[in-house]
Design a protein around this ligand. Structure first.
Ligand code: HEM
Length: 393
C-alpha cells in the first residue's frame, strides 16, 4: 500500500464519519422536536442534560432558524432557555448515552418517552376533523345518489366519470361553507346567551365552551376545503370530458342552425359568482394568515378583532352570495328536485343565511349597545336582584 492509498482511505473514512455524524445530529434535532412540552420542561431532566447539551449548542452555532422552541408563550425567559438547551441536546436523546451517564436519568427518559407516546395527536383538531369527515361522507353520498346513481338507474346513462372531479367539487364547497358557518355560529349563540342572561360572569355550557375553543380550527379547515374547491373549479376546462361536451354542443348548435349560443343572463351569472368566489377566498386567506400566532401577536386587540370577526363575517357573506348567485334561477326550477331531494346548494346556504341574519340583527344599536355594556362588566337589574337575594340568604 502506497502512502497515497493510505491518505485516500483516511480521507474517505473521515468523510464517512462526518456524514454519519451529520445524519445523527439531524435525527437528534428532529426527534427532539417531537418531544412533548411537558416532557421538555421537566427540571430534573434539564439539570442533568444541560451540561451535555452546551457543547452542541456551540457546535450548531445557535442557529435559531432551524430550532423549534415549541413554546408559544415562553418568551426569553429561563424556561425557554432551558428548552432551547434541551432541544439541542441531540446526541443525548440516545438512551444508550443516558445509561452511560446516570442510570436514574435513563429511567427518567423512559418515562418521558412513555408520556410522549401517550400524548394525544392534534387534540384541538380532533372534533373539527371528525365533523369535516362526517360532512364530506354525507355530502358525497347525497351527491353520488343524485348525480351518478339517478341518471344510471332512471335514464341508463353512465355518469360515473363525474365522481373524481364534479362530485368531489360539490362536496368540497359544501363542506367548506358549512365549516365556515360552524366557525361563526358559536359566537352568535354566545352573544344571544349573554344578552339573555344579562351578564358575562356566568359560564357558558360545556359544549358551547368547547365549540368556542375550536372556532379557529373550523375556520382553517373551511379555508382548506375552499382552497381545494377553487383549484378543482379552475381545472374544469382542462378536462377531456369537458372538451368532448363542448364539441357535442357545437355540433348540436350547427344542426339546429343556431348562430350564437350566447345566453346573456347565464354569462352574467357565471362572471358574478366566480368573481365573488375569488374575493371570498382572498379574504379567507387573510384570515388564515392572521390566525398564525406570530402574525396575530403583532396585531393590536382591535385589529385582531376586526380581522377575525368583521372580516370573517364579510367572507362568509361573500361565500353565501357566491352560492346564491351560482344557484340563480335554479331555486324555482322544479327539475332540480331529484328523487324529491333538493340540490346541495339549497341545503348548504340555509345555515349561513341564518348566521348572517342573526349577526345583522345583533348589530342593531339596541342589541349592540347592550352587549357592549355586558362585555364591559355591566349586569342587568334582574340579574343584580337575583344576586342581592342570594347574598341576603
Ligand atoms: C377562486 C374561488 C372560487 C371559484 C373559482 C369558485 C367556483 C365555483 C364553481 C365553478 C362552482 C360550480 C361547481 C359545479 O357546479 O360543479 C361553485 C359552486 C360553489 N361554490 Fe365556489 N368558487 C370559489 C370559491 C368559493 C368559496 C370561497 C366558497 C365558500 C366556502 C365557495 C362555495 C361554493 C358553493 C357552496 C358552491 C355550490 C356547490 C353545490 O352545487 O352544492 N366557493 N364555485
Amino acid at each position: 500500500m502506497t502512502s497515497y492509498d493510505i491518505l485516500l482511505t483516511l480521507s474517505c473514512y473521515t468523510l464517512a464519519h462526518v456524514l454519519l455524524k451529520a445524519v445523527g445530529v439531524t435525527w437528534g434535532v428532529a426527534s427532539r422536536r417531537r418531544c412533548s412540552r411537558a416532557a421538555i420542561t421537566s427540571t430534573r431532566f434539564y439539570t442533568t442534560y444541560t451540561s451535555l447539551a452546551k457543547p452542541l449548542v456551540s457546535v450548531l452555532g445557535q442557529d435559531g432558524s432551524s430550532i423549534n422552541l415549541q413554546g408559544d408563550n415562553m418568551e426569553n425567559n429561563d424556561a425557554c432557555a432551558q428548552n432551547m438547551d434541551l432541544q439541542l441536546s441531540n446526541d443525548n436523546c440516545d438512551p444508550d448515552n443516558l445509561e452511560r451517564t446516570d442510570p436514574y436519568d435513563a429511567y427518567d427518559w423512559d418515562s418521558v418517552s412513555i408520556i410522549h407516546r401517550k400524548m394525544e395527536l392534534f387534540p384541538k383538531w380532533q372534533l373539527p376533523a371528525k365533523v369535516s369527515l362526517s360532512l364530506s361522507v354525507l355530502f358525497f353520498i347525497y351527491t353520488f345518489l343524485r348525480e351518478v346513481l339517478h341518471p344510471f338507474l332512471v335514464h341508463n346513462r353512465n355518469e360515473f366519470y363525474r365522481i373524481p372531479i364534479l362530485v368531489i367539487n360539490k362536496v368540497l364547497p359544501d363542506v367548506a361553507i358549512t365549516l365556515l358557518t360552524l366557525a361563526y355560529l358559536p359566537g352568535i349563540l354566545a352573544t344571544i346567551l349573554q344578552l339573555h342572561r344579562g351578564t358575562k360572569y356566568r359560564r357558558f355550557p360545556q359544549w358551547l365552551d368547547t365549540w368556542m375553543l375550536r372556532r379557529k380550527q373550523f375556520g382553517l379547515l373551511g379555508f382548506f376545503f375552499a382552497g381545494m374547491h377553487a383549484i378543482y373549479s379552475l381545472s374544469y376546462p382542462m378536462r377531456r370530458s369537458y372538451r368532448y361536451r363542448l364539441l357535442n354542443w357545437a355540433y348540436e348548435q350547427v344542426q339546429q342552425q343556431k348562430e350564437s349560443s350566447w345566453i346573456e343572463h347565464d354569462v352574467w351569472r357565471m362572471e358574478i359568482y366566480v368573481c365573488l368566489g375569488i374575493i371570498a377566498l382572498a379574504i379567507l386567506a387573510v384570515l388564515a394568515v392572521a390566525s398564525i400566532p406570530a402574525v396575530g401577536n403583532s396585531l393590536s386587540w382591535r385589529e385582531y378583532n376586526f380581522i377575525q370577526s368583521k372580516l370573517g363575517h364579510i367572507a362568509l357573506f361573500f361565500c353565501t352570495v357566491h352560492t346564491l348567485v351560482f344557484a340563480w334561477n335554479k331555486w324555482v326550477d322544479i327539475k332540480q328536485l331529484i328523487w324529491y331531494t333538493p340540490p346541495t346548494f339549497m341545503l348548504v346556504v340555509l345555515l349561513p343565511l341564518v348566521v348572517l341574519l342573526c349577526k345583522a340583527v345583533l348589530m342593531l344599536p339596541c342589541f349592540s349597545k347592550r352587549i357592549q355594556k355586558i362585555r364591559c362588566g355591566w349586569e342587568s337589574s334582574k340579574r343584580m336582584g337575583i344576586k342581592c337575594v342570594l347574598t341576603r340568604l
